[in-house]
Design a protein around this ligand. Structure first.
Ligand code: FAD
Length: 488
């Protein structure tokens, strides 16, 4: 049978919405294969993006494939060889081993530079950019994706064979596809402040936990000679109490934590403190449809445990380019053809993201914050003395170690053993200082009462939490049963 294709004057094969790491990464791969690409970007490069600026070894390996790692500027970026973990008096300083199969240690690269490097590489490969322009709508027919753009007061449209949403956590394309805005069950809120004139070291990132700021993580990442990126990422939806305003949490942490104060030294804030949502993976939502695909954070490709997303933006761009190349050759842009990309995403990160989503679900319940402080203290104490254990903990935060791989008997037994050692220390201490035992008993009793009061005051919130947790356990179990995750 001969298929007659209508003659349409397409402006490009693929129109990519957003020129961040996902959009420009995809533009690079497609243009390198001779596919006609237009990237529509709301900003104008070089443009900033609110971020911790931590670029993991996996992300750097993707940049190497794009020829971006040979420059003097890349070599100057802070190479991260150590991570500090802090919770009250528990502190661990872990030497980061470079993963064997990856070319670099993690680096801190301000997004105003990183995204510009990827944009330059994509342009050099042949991609066309339309900057300072937003995509405001699109429609799909059997023959084309018609995309509506707005530049200042001018509205115009372009015709493409395929539209790709790479427009980040608040994606216009994903909202229309899912017919809803991102849900707060699948969001973190992030806040970033740049500092100048801080103390060293230049090669260590620090992560801080504290009870008031939980379930959130604070960081201090070195930037350049004497700058720093300091911030917080916090789970948006918590039970039964709402978290306090994250700007207050960040400022309280910076003013009161002796470890960060020592590192900031004479440093001062540079520019504005800015926030941005982080949207993570909801396996129930589609990431492809006829003539449409989502990549990077528009597809929710973020690890909710660490907030790490640059590596998934770059990797998903690479996966998507392989599927799109085939679709361009076969002129088939149906959702069935594009689904090869969905399968690749599910196979590689589905299990890990489902498990991370479940792990994030537990600390959402703020009635158990004290328990989490104990678990984190146990992990930090173990990481001090056990290099293999420390590598796993650091790898999970760095995004090089999938969380499902940590679920080995060895890791769990070591954590439990350390828990036993901590209890032993507390018991010994109570024999030496009986007054401490009384204080601890009072504290435990107070916590129990608080928990019972919380349960009585917010029964519905706790029930909802139990229901959500059960559903997430079920999702993880499904993945565990059927998945054969490809090791990163
Ligand atoms: C506070 C904070 C800290 C973070 N820290 C880290 C970290 O240290 N390491 C890490 O790996 N990840 C971190 N992340 C996550 C990381 O920023 C994202 O995962 C990453 O930026 C996703 O890349 P992307 O290309 O998918 O989207 P983005 O980088 O968000 O790019 C989307 C692009 O689309 C453009 N755009 C949006 N809407 C439109 C439209 N309608 N039309 C045209 N253009 C549009 C935007 O201008 C933007 O340039 C952090 C995020 C936050 C908020």
């Amino acid at each position: 049978m001969i298929t007659v294709r209508p003659k349409i004057d397409y402006d490009c094969d693929v129109l990519i919405v957003g020129g961040g790491p996902a959009g420009s990464g995809l533009a690079f791969h497609l243009a390198s294969k001779g596919i006609k690409v237009i990237v529509v970007e709301a900003g104008v490069f070089p443009r900033d993006k609110i971020c911790g600026d931590g670029v993991s070894p996996i992300a750097l390996a993707e940049l190497e494939k794009m020829g971006i790692t040979g420059t003097k500027k890349f070599k100057k970026a802070n190479e991260i060889k150590k991570v500090g973990l802090f919770l009250k008096d528990s502190k661990a300083f872990i030497d980061l081993s470079k993963p064997d199969n990856l070319p670099f240690h993690a680096r801190i690269i301000p997004r105003i530079e990183l995204d510009n490097w990827i944009y330059e590489a994509a342009k050099k490969a042949g991609a066309t950019y339309i900057q300072g322009t937003r995509v405001i709508n699109y429609s799909i027919t059997s023959n084309l994706a018609l995309v509506e753009l707005k530049n200042a007061d001018k509205i115009f449209s372009l015709k493409a064979k395929l539209i790709v949403g790479a427009d980040g956590s608040n994606s216009t394309i994903a909202r229309k596809l899912h017919d809803r805005k991102p849900q707060d069950d699948y969001q973190l809120l992030g806040l970033r402040a740049y500092y100048k004139n801080v103390n060293g070291p230049r090669d260590r990132v620090d992560i801080y936990f504290n009870e008031g700021g939980f379930p959130g993580i604070f960081w201090m990442f070195p930037k350049g000679e004497n700058g720093a990126n300091i911030g917080i990422a916090m789970i948006s939806k918590t039970f039964p109490h709402k978290p306090p305003h994250i700007k207050d949490l960040l400022m309280t942490h910076i003013s009161n934590n002796p470890d960060i104060l020592e590192r900031i030294g004479p440093g001062e804030i540079e520019g504005k403190i800015d926030g941005w949502p982080i949207t993570f993976f909801n396996a129930k939502q589609k990431i492809v449809a006829d003539r449409l695909m989502l990549v990077g954070e528009a597809a929710g490709l973020i690890n909710p445990l660490s907030g790490d997303g640059i590596q998934y933006a770059l990797i998903s761009a690479n996966w998507a380019s392989k599927t799109i190349e085939k679709c361009v050759k076969t002129h088939d842009f149906t959702s069935e053809a594009l689904d090869a990309y969905t399968k690749q995403v599910n196979q590689n990160v589905g299990y890990d993201f489902a498990l991370s989503d479940l792990l994030v679900q537990f600390p959402r319940n703020k009635s158990f914050t004290k328990v989490w402080m104990t678990i984190l203290t146990v992990m930090i104490e173990r990481a001090k003395t056990d290099k293999q254990y420390a590598d796993i903990v650091a790898g999970i935060f760095e995004g090089t170690y999938p969380s499902y791989k940590a679920l080995t008997g060895d890791f769990i037994i070591k954590s439990l053993k350390q828990g036993g050692i901590e209890i032993g220390k507390a018991l010994t201490n109570s024999l030496i200082n009986p007054s401490d035992t009384i204080n601890t008993s009072i504290e435990v009793t107070q916590q129990l009462f608080k928990l019972i009061e919380d349960l009585k005051a917010h029964p519905k919130a706790h029930l909802n939490w139990v229901g959500d947790t059960a559903s997430k356990v079920f999702t993880v179990a499904k993945h565990a049963a059927k998945s054969n995750p490809i090791a990163k």
